[in-house]
Design a protein around this ligand. Sequence first.
Ligand SMILES: *[C@@H]1O[C@H](CO)[C@@H](O)[C@H](O)[C@H]1NC(C)=O
Ligand SMILES: *[C@@H]1O[C@H](CO)[C@@H](O)[C@H](O)[C@H]1NC(C)=O
Ligand SMILES: *[C@@H]1O[C@H](CO)[C@@H](O)[C@H](O)[C@H]1NC(C)=O
Ligand SMILES: *[C@@H]1O[C@H](CO)[C@@H](O)[C@H](O)[C@H]1NC(C)=O
Length: 323
Amino acid sequence: MAAFAAKISSAATFLLLLALISPSKAALHAHYYDQTCPQAEKIILDSVKNASLYDPKVPARILRMFFHDCFIRGCDASILLDSTPENQAEKDGPPNISVRSFYVIDDAKSKLEMACPHTVSCADIIAIAARDVVTMSGGPSWNVMKGRKDGRVSKANDTINLPGPTFNVTQLIQSFSSRGLGVKDLVALSGGHTLGFSHCSSFETRLRNFGPGHDIDPTMNVEFAWQLRNKCPKPNKDRSAGQFLDSTSSTFDNDYYKQIMAGKGVFGSDQALLGDDRTRGMVESFSKDQSLFFREFAASMVKLGNVGVLEDGEVRLNCRVVN
Ligand SMILES: *[C@@H]1O[C@H](CO)[C@@H](O)[C@H](O)[C@H]1NC(C)=O
Ligand SMILES: *[C@@H]1O[C@H](CO)[C@@H](O)[C@H](O)[C@H]1NC(C)=O
Ligand SMILES: *[C@@H]1O[C@H](CO)[C@@H](O)[C@H](O)[C@H]1NC(C)=O
Ligand SMILES: *[C@@H]1O[C@H](CO)[C@@H](O)[C@H](O)[C@H]1NC(C)=O
Protein backbone atom coordinates (compact mmCIF):
# COMPACT_ATOMS: atom_id res chain seq x y z
CA MET A 1 0.00 0.00 0.00
CA ALA A 2 2.77 2.35 0.97
CA ALA A 3 4.77 1.45 -2.14
CA PHE A 4 1.68 1.98 -4.26
CA ALA A 5 1.10 5.38 -2.71
CA ALA A 6 4.75 6.25 -3.28
CA LYS A 7 4.43 5.27 -6.91
CA ILE A 8 1.36 7.41 -7.34
CA SER A 9 3.02 10.32 -5.65
CA SER A 10 6.17 10.07 -7.76
CA ALA A 11 4.02 9.89 -10.90
CA ALA A 12 2.14 12.93 -9.65
CA THR A 13 5.41 14.73 -8.97
CA PHE A 14 6.56 13.90 -12.46
CA LEU A 15 3.35 15.24 -14.00
CA LEU A 16 3.57 18.31 -11.83
CA LEU A 17 7.12 18.92 -13.03
CA LEU A 18 5.97 18.51 -16.61
CA ALA A 19 3.16 20.97 -15.99
CA LEU A 20 5.67 23.38 -14.50
CA ILE A 21 8.18 23.26 -17.27
CA SER A 22 6.83 22.06 -20.57
CA PRO A 23 5.34 24.31 -23.19
CA SER A 24 2.07 22.60 -24.03
CA LYS A 25 0.61 21.67 -27.36
CA ALA A 26 -2.83 23.22 -26.78
CA ALA A 27 -3.53 25.26 -29.89
CA LEU A 28 -4.38 28.91 -29.42
CA HIS A 29 -6.07 31.08 -32.02
CA ALA A 30 -6.02 34.78 -32.82
CA HIS A 31 -9.77 34.61 -33.60
CA TYR A 32 -10.79 32.38 -30.70
CA TYR A 33 -13.56 34.69 -29.42
CA ASP A 34 -14.68 36.10 -32.78
CA GLN A 35 -18.02 34.26 -32.62
CA THR A 36 -18.50 33.89 -28.87
CA CYS A 37 -17.37 37.29 -27.60
CA PRO A 38 -16.36 39.65 -30.39
CA GLN A 39 -16.21 42.62 -27.99
CA ALA A 40 -13.81 40.88 -25.56
CA GLU A 41 -10.65 42.76 -26.50
CA LYS A 42 -12.43 46.13 -26.48
CA ILE A 43 -13.82 45.50 -23.00
CA ILE A 44 -10.37 44.56 -21.68
CA LEU A 45 -8.71 47.56 -23.32
CA ASP A 46 -11.27 49.92 -21.77
CA SER A 47 -10.60 48.53 -18.29
CA VAL A 48 -6.84 48.76 -18.73
CA LYS A 49 -7.00 52.29 -20.14
CA ASN A 50 -9.26 53.56 -17.42
CA ALA A 51 -7.16 52.03 -14.64
CA SER A 52 -3.93 53.42 -16.13
CA LEU A 53 -5.46 56.88 -16.20
CA TYR A 54 -5.95 56.75 -12.44
CA ASP A 55 -2.71 54.93 -11.64
CA PRO A 56 0.36 55.26 -13.90
CA LYS A 57 1.92 52.16 -12.28
CA VAL A 58 -0.74 49.91 -13.81
CA PRO A 59 1.05 49.21 -17.13
CA ALA A 60 4.26 47.96 -15.49
CA ARG A 61 2.28 45.88 -13.03
CA ILE A 62 0.13 44.20 -15.66
CA LEU A 63 3.15 43.35 -17.81
CA ARG A 64 4.86 41.84 -14.78
CA MET A 65 1.69 39.92 -13.91
CA PHE A 66 1.70 38.19 -17.31
CA PHE A 67 5.36 37.27 -17.01
CA HIS A 68 4.89 35.83 -13.53
CA ASP A 69 1.73 33.99 -14.46
CA CYS A 70 3.36 32.26 -17.43
CA PHE A 71 6.56 31.38 -15.56
CA ILE A 72 4.71 29.52 -12.81
CA ARG A 73 2.59 26.57 -14.01
CA GLY A 74 2.22 28.20 -17.42
CA CYS A 75 -0.17 30.96 -18.50
CA ASP A 76 -3.13 29.68 -16.48
CA ALA A 77 -4.03 32.66 -14.28
CA SER A 78 -2.67 30.86 -11.19
CA ILE A 79 -1.27 34.27 -10.15
CA LEU A 80 -4.85 35.59 -9.74
CA LEU A 81 -6.17 33.01 -7.26
CA ASP A 82 -6.52 34.25 -3.70
CA SER A 83 -5.18 32.32 -0.74
CA THR A 84 -7.72 30.25 1.20
CA PRO A 85 -7.61 28.95 4.80
CA GLU A 86 -6.20 25.68 3.40
CA ASN A 87 -3.85 27.03 0.76
CA GLN A 88 -1.37 29.87 0.47
CA ALA A 89 -1.53 31.08 -3.12
CA GLU A 90 1.17 32.21 -5.54
CA LYS A 91 0.37 35.90 -5.06
CA ASP A 92 1.37 35.49 -1.40
CA GLY A 93 4.56 33.61 -2.29
CA PRO A 94 7.84 33.82 -0.38
CA PRO A 95 10.08 36.02 -2.54
CA ASN A 96 8.41 39.37 -2.40
CA ILE A 97 6.96 39.16 -5.87
CA SER A 98 4.97 42.38 -5.42
CA VAL A 99 2.58 41.79 -8.27
CA ARG A 100 -0.30 44.21 -7.80
CA SER A 101 -3.27 45.81 -9.57
CA PHE A 102 -5.33 42.61 -9.70
CA TYR A 103 -8.43 44.81 -9.57
CA VAL A 104 -7.87 45.75 -13.22
CA ILE A 105 -8.36 42.12 -14.26
CA ASP A 106 -11.37 41.82 -11.91
CA ASP A 107 -12.94 44.87 -13.52
CA ALA A 108 -12.51 43.50 -17.04
CA LYS A 109 -13.75 40.09 -15.93
CA SER A 110 -16.96 41.40 -14.39
CA LYS A 111 -17.74 43.36 -17.56
CA LEU A 112 -16.97 40.30 -19.69
CA GLU A 113 -19.26 38.14 -17.56
CA MET A 114 -22.07 40.59 -18.27
CA ALA A 115 -21.37 40.74 -22.01
CA CYS A 116 -20.58 37.07 -22.67
CA PRO A 117 -20.99 34.88 -19.60
CA HIS A 118 -18.55 32.05 -18.86
CA THR A 119 -16.58 32.55 -22.07
CA VAL A 120 -13.33 34.49 -21.68
CA SER A 121 -10.69 32.90 -19.45
CA CYS A 122 -8.78 34.90 -16.87
CA ALA A 123 -5.52 33.68 -18.43
CA ASP A 124 -6.54 35.24 -21.76
CA ILE A 125 -7.51 38.50 -20.01
CA ILE A 126 -3.96 38.81 -18.60
CA ALA A 127 -2.40 38.06 -22.00
CA ILE A 128 -4.55 40.66 -23.78
CA ALA A 129 -4.08 43.26 -21.04
CA ALA A 130 -0.29 42.75 -21.19
CA ARG A 131 -0.29 43.50 -24.92
CA ASP A 132 -2.52 46.54 -24.33
CA VAL A 133 -0.26 48.12 -21.70
CA VAL A 134 2.76 47.76 -23.98
CA THR A 135 0.99 49.33 -26.95
CA MET A 136 -0.55 52.11 -24.84
CA SER A 137 2.92 52.99 -23.52
CA GLY A 138 4.35 53.49 -27.00
CA GLY A 139 5.52 49.94 -27.65
CA PRO A 140 4.63 47.47 -30.39
CA SER A 141 1.30 45.74 -30.92
CA TRP A 142 0.62 42.14 -31.90
CA ASN A 143 -2.24 39.69 -32.27
CA VAL A 144 -2.76 37.92 -28.98
CA MET A 145 -3.39 34.20 -29.41
CA LYS A 146 -6.31 33.09 -27.25
CA GLY A 147 -8.06 30.01 -25.92
CA ARG A 148 -6.13 29.41 -22.69
CA LYS A 149 -7.99 27.77 -19.86
CA ASP A 150 -7.66 28.72 -16.19
CA GLY A 151 -5.90 26.41 -13.77
CA ARG A 152 -7.22 25.23 -10.42
CA VAL A 153 -3.93 25.24 -8.51
CA SER A 154 -1.90 28.09 -7.08
CA LYS A 155 0.89 27.47 -4.58
CA ALA A 156 2.92 30.07 -2.74
CA ASN A 157 6.03 27.91 -2.81
CA ASP A 158 6.07 27.74 -6.61
CA THR A 159 7.31 31.31 -6.74
CA ILE A 160 10.79 30.14 -5.73
CA ASN A 161 11.05 29.03 -9.37
CA LEU A 162 11.00 32.60 -10.69
CA PRO A 163 14.25 33.99 -12.09
CA GLY A 164 15.79 36.27 -9.46
CA PRO A 165 17.29 39.77 -9.74
CA THR A 166 20.71 38.40 -8.81
CA PHE A 167 20.73 35.58 -11.40
CA ASN A 168 23.73 35.32 -13.70
CA VAL A 169 23.29 34.65 -17.42
CA THR A 170 23.71 30.89 -17.07
CA GLN A 171 20.94 30.77 -14.51
CA LEU A 172 18.73 33.07 -16.60
CA ILE A 173 19.20 30.98 -19.74
CA GLN A 174 18.41 27.82 -17.79
CA SER A 175 15.28 29.35 -16.26
CA PHE A 176 13.99 30.46 -19.66
CA SER A 177 14.92 27.30 -21.51
CA SER A 178 13.04 25.11 -19.02
CA ARG A 179 9.95 26.97 -20.26
CA GLY A 180 10.80 26.49 -23.91
CA LEU A 181 12.17 30.03 -24.27
CA GLY A 182 15.51 30.77 -25.91
CA VAL A 183 18.33 33.24 -25.35
CA LYS A 184 16.74 35.78 -27.67
CA ASP A 185 13.50 35.57 -25.69
CA LEU A 186 15.50 36.17 -22.51
CA VAL A 187 17.13 39.32 -23.84
CA ALA A 188 13.99 40.65 -25.53
CA LEU A 189 11.64 39.98 -22.62
CA SER A 190 14.12 41.52 -20.17
CA GLY A 191 13.41 44.70 -22.11
CA GLY A 192 10.00 44.68 -20.44
CA HIS A 193 11.87 46.34 -17.57
CA THR A 194 11.51 49.50 -19.65
CA LEU A 195 8.24 49.77 -17.69
CA GLY A 196 9.19 49.11 -14.15
CA PHE A 197 10.22 50.09 -10.69
CA SER A 198 12.12 48.14 -8.08
CA HIS A 199 12.35 48.45 -4.34
CA CYS A 200 15.85 48.79 -2.92
CA SER A 201 15.89 45.24 -1.56
CA SER A 202 16.24 43.76 -5.06
CA PHE A 203 19.47 45.56 -5.92
CA GLU A 204 21.04 47.03 -2.77
CA THR A 205 23.54 44.20 -2.39
CA ARG A 206 25.23 45.74 -5.46
CA LEU A 207 25.75 49.05 -3.68
CA ARG A 208 27.70 48.17 -0.53
CA ASN A 209 30.08 45.38 0.56
CA PHE A 210 29.52 43.76 -2.80
CA GLY A 211 32.40 41.33 -2.61
CA PRO A 212 36.11 40.85 -2.01
CA GLY A 213 37.92 43.97 -3.23
CA HIS A 214 34.73 45.63 -4.41
CA ASP A 215 32.46 47.79 -2.30
CA ILE A 216 30.26 48.46 -5.34
CA ASP A 217 29.44 45.91 -8.05
CA PRO A 218 32.25 46.62 -10.55
CA THR A 219 29.86 46.21 -13.50
CA MET A 220 27.88 49.23 -12.27
CA ASN A 221 28.60 52.81 -13.34
CA VAL A 222 30.05 54.42 -10.21
CA GLU A 223 28.09 57.67 -10.43
CA PHE A 224 24.90 55.66 -10.89
CA ALA A 225 25.79 53.52 -7.87
CA TRP A 226 26.12 56.65 -5.74
CA GLN A 227 22.74 57.91 -6.95
CA LEU A 228 21.21 54.60 -5.94
CA ARG A 229 22.95 54.71 -2.55
CA ASN A 230 21.27 58.06 -1.91
CA LYS A 231 17.92 56.59 -2.82
CA CYS A 232 18.52 53.52 -0.69
CA PRO A 233 20.24 54.70 2.51
CA LYS A 234 21.16 52.25 5.23
CA PRO A 235 19.19 52.04 7.47
CA ASN A 236 16.18 52.84 5.32
CA LYS A 237 12.95 54.01 6.93
CA ASP A 238 11.12 54.38 3.63
CA ARG A 239 9.90 50.95 2.57
CA SER A 240 8.67 52.29 -0.76
CA ALA A 241 12.12 53.62 -1.75
CA GLY A 242 13.62 52.34 -4.96
CA GLN A 243 14.51 53.05 -8.55
CA PHE A 244 12.85 52.99 -11.97
CA LEU A 245 14.39 50.33 -14.18
CA ASP A 246 15.12 52.72 -17.03
CA SER A 247 15.20 56.49 -17.37
CA THR A 248 11.91 56.70 -19.32
CA SER A 249 9.86 54.51 -17.02
CA SER A 250 6.39 55.22 -18.36
CA THR A 251 7.39 54.88 -22.02
CA PHE A 252 7.93 51.53 -23.66
CA ASP A 253 11.18 52.02 -25.60
CA ASN A 254 14.71 50.62 -25.91
CA ASP A 255 16.15 52.90 -23.23
CA TYR A 256 16.58 49.85 -20.96
CA TYR A 257 19.32 48.55 -23.29
CA LYS A 258 20.98 51.96 -23.56
CA GLN A 259 21.13 52.10 -19.77
CA ILE A 260 22.76 48.68 -19.65
CA MET A 261 25.31 49.80 -22.25
CA ALA A 262 26.13 52.68 -19.86
CA GLY A 263 26.52 50.41 -16.82
CA LYS A 264 23.19 51.59 -15.45
CA GLY A 265 21.25 48.34 -15.36
CA VAL A 266 19.50 48.25 -11.98
CA PHE A 267 19.43 44.52 -11.28
CA GLY A 268 22.51 42.35 -11.44
CA SER A 269 20.49 40.20 -13.85
CA ASP A 270 20.01 43.20 -16.17
CA GLN A 271 23.64 44.28 -16.24
CA ALA A 272 24.82 40.66 -16.59
CA LEU A 273 23.32 40.57 -20.09
CA LEU A 274 26.13 42.87 -21.27
CA GLY A 275 28.86 40.84 -19.63
CA ASP A 276 28.17 37.54 -21.34
CA ASP A 277 29.08 36.57 -24.91
CA ARG A 278 25.78 34.78 -25.40
CA THR A 279 23.69 37.91 -24.80
CA ARG A 280 25.94 40.96 -25.34
CA GLY A 281 25.39 41.20 -29.11
CA MET A 282 21.62 41.34 -28.73
CA VAL A 283 21.81 44.00 -26.00
CA GLU A 284 23.95 46.10 -28.33
CA SER A 285 21.62 45.57 -31.30
CA PHE A 286 18.49 46.40 -29.31
CA SER A 287 20.15 49.53 -27.87
CA LYS A 288 20.79 50.80 -31.39
CA ASP A 289 17.69 49.64 -33.19
CA GLN A 290 14.38 50.18 -31.42
CA SER A 291 12.24 48.70 -34.19
CA LEU A 292 14.29 45.50 -34.08
CA PHE A 293 13.68 45.34 -30.32
CA PHE A 294 9.95 45.94 -30.84
CA ARG A 295 9.68 43.11 -33.40
CA GLU A 296 11.60 40.66 -31.23
CA PHE A 297 9.73 41.66 -28.08
CA ALA A 298 6.37 41.07 -29.77
CA ALA A 299 7.50 37.69 -31.09
CA SER A 300 8.80 36.66 -27.66
CA MET A 301 5.57 37.76 -25.95
CA VAL A 302 3.62 35.45 -28.27
CA LYS A 303 6.01 32.64 -27.35
CA LEU A 304 5.72 33.43 -23.64
CA GLY A 305 1.95 33.27 -24.02
CA ASN A 306 2.25 29.67 -25.18
CA VAL A 307 4.08 28.42 -22.10
CA GLY A 308 2.25 25.63 -20.30
CA VAL A 309 -1.15 26.45 -21.78
CA LEU A 310 -3.89 24.27 -20.30
CA GLU A 311 -6.33 22.29 -22.43
CA ASP A 312 -8.44 20.88 -19.64
CA GLY A 313 -8.78 23.75 -17.21
CA GLU A 314 -11.86 25.87 -16.72
CA VAL A 315 -13.08 29.37 -17.50
CA ARG A 316 -13.28 30.90 -14.05
CA LEU A 317 -16.32 33.04 -13.28
CA ASN A 318 -14.32 35.04 -10.73
CA CYS A 319 -10.60 35.23 -11.40
CA ARG A 320 -9.79 35.01 -7.68
CA VAL A 321 -11.46 31.65 -6.97
CA VAL A 322 -11.78 28.31 -8.76
CA ASN A 323 -15.32 27.51 -9.92
C1 LIG B 1 -12.18 53.85 -13.77
O1 LIG B 1 -11.23 53.56 -12.72
C2 LIG B 1 -11.53 54.16 -11.48
C3 LIG B 1 -10.37 53.90 -10.54
O2 LIG B 1 -10.04 52.54 -10.46
C4 LIG B 1 -12.87 53.61 -10.98
O3 LIG B 1 -13.19 54.21 -9.76
C5 LIG B 1 -13.95 53.88 -12.03
O4 LIG B 1 -15.15 53.26 -11.61
C6 LIG B 1 -13.54 53.34 -13.38
N1 LIG B 1 -14.51 53.77 -14.40
C7 LIG B 1 -15.08 52.90 -15.23
C8 LIG B 1 -15.98 53.48 -16.25
O5 LIG B 1 -14.88 51.70 -15.19
C1 LIG C 1 6.90 42.64 0.76
O1 LIG C 1 6.75 43.98 0.34
C2 LIG C 1 5.66 44.65 0.98
C3 LIG C 1 5.55 46.04 0.37
O2 LIG C 1 6.80 46.63 0.15
C4 LIG C 1 5.95 44.67 2.49
O3 LIG C 1 4.86 45.30 3.14
C5 LIG C 1 6.11 43.24 3.00
O4 LIG C 1 6.45 43.27 4.37
C6 LIG C 1 7.20 42.51 2.24
N1 LIG C 1 7.26 41.13 2.66
C7 LIG C 1 8.41 40.46 2.80
C8 LIG C 1 8.29 39.04 3.19
O5 LIG C 1 9.50 41.00 2.62
C1 LIG D 1 7.08 25.77 1.39
O1 LIG D 1 8.31 25.05 1.44
C2 LIG D 1 8.94 25.05 2.69
C3 LIG D 1 10.30 24.39 2.54
O2 LIG D 1 10.25 23.27 1.71
C4 LIG D 1 8.05 24.37 3.72
O3 LIG D 1 8.67 24.40 5.00
C5 LIG D 1 6.72 25.10 3.78
O4 LIG D 1 5.84 24.44 4.64
C6 LIG D 1 6.10 25.20 2.40
N1 LIG D 1 4.94 26.06 2.49
C7 LIG D 1 3.79 25.79 1.89
C8 LIG D 1 2.70 26.78 2.05
O5 LIG D 1 3.63 24.77 1.22
C1 LIG E 1 26.13 31.36 -12.02
O1 LIG E 1 25.58 31.14 -10.74
C2 LIG E 1 25.64 29.79 -10.33
C3 LIG E 1 24.85 29.64 -9.01
O2 LIG E 1 25.25 30.62 -8.09
C4 LIG E 1 27.10 29.37 -10.17
O3 LIG E 1 27.18 28.01 -9.79
C5 LIG E 1 27.80 29.57 -11.53
O4 LIG E 1 29.18 29.31 -11.38
C6 LIG E 1 27.60 30.98 -12.04
N1 LIG E 1 28.09 31.02 -13.40
C7 LIG E 1 28.85 31.99 -13.85
C8 LIG E 1 29.27 31.90 -15.28
O5 LIG E 1 29.19 32.92 -13.14
